[in-house]
Design a protein around this ligand. Sequence first.
Ligand SMILES: [Zn+2]
Length: 319
Amino acid sequence: MKDVHLHFTGSLSPDYAYNLLKLRNPDFINRYFIQSATDLSAALRGMFTNDYKLNQKIFNDVYSLIQSATKPADYKETYNTYKSASYQLSLNLLKFGISDYTIIAGPDIDIDKTHARYLGMIHGFEETEKLYKNTSGKICITFIRNNNGVLKNYSYNTLKDICALLKQEPFKSRCIGFDISGYEYPDEKMFNSNLNILSEILETTKIYELSVSVGLHAGEIITGTQQDCLYDDYFIKLSKLKLDNIGHGTYLWMSQKHQKILKLFADITRFDICPESNELLTPVKNVYSCFDNLKKCGIKFTLNRDDPLIFNNWQSHQR
Ligand SMILES: [Zn+2]
């Protein structure tokens, strides 16, 4: 089985996350009476409600909590931490039949840390691949917006450094794409910033002659206010960039209202849909009922898990 949209922190093995939370955040573990990795999975999933707006907040809190408990203790630990985490992550994915996976992971603004981080991840994947043939782990490099809308790990120099890194093995064959993720809200300034950075990425990867995909997370956060219509113009502009993939794109396909814009992506851009998270974090009640709309508009799409540690949807996204 394949999954092309798995965030690193949100896809850590439950055992790995449980052990670190127990060590670094015992208050949380005790508050929810968590006594095992299974308890942790159930507790995280149990936090979500029927209110998608509240769930967005819950999601961000839970994500930050896991991130703070699992990040390397200090710089020297970066390589080992990422290696061990990725080894356990890939073994756990394999347990659920996922042998071909792309992990979305952010670089650091410091290229040496980025090097240690991605090399650790690749060596972690390799450990699993030595044990089990026909498995393959890839990395999608994501620039992340923080809660204030600021891209925390992006600068033009960082991008150039990463592109130079991607000219060398093992990064060349493992890091297959660029992405923008994190905080999103229908806001003109933020949209323009995303469009500019995407153009910069497209241009720079071309200069370095890299064969990588370029995409972004877009249209996932629906506010239910008038602001949402800002997405119309944003997606029209995005379609002109002929991106390889869009994470979610929920705003465009959740109803038939935006078919005209959706069709601009037909046969060009792949939509990576994550049923569980789309149903919990957006007004969409049943993702599967939207497939006809996507097919009618000629959209290629994949189904993914997004953050299975948090949504506890390891098993399958099929119903
Ligand atoms: Zn995502």
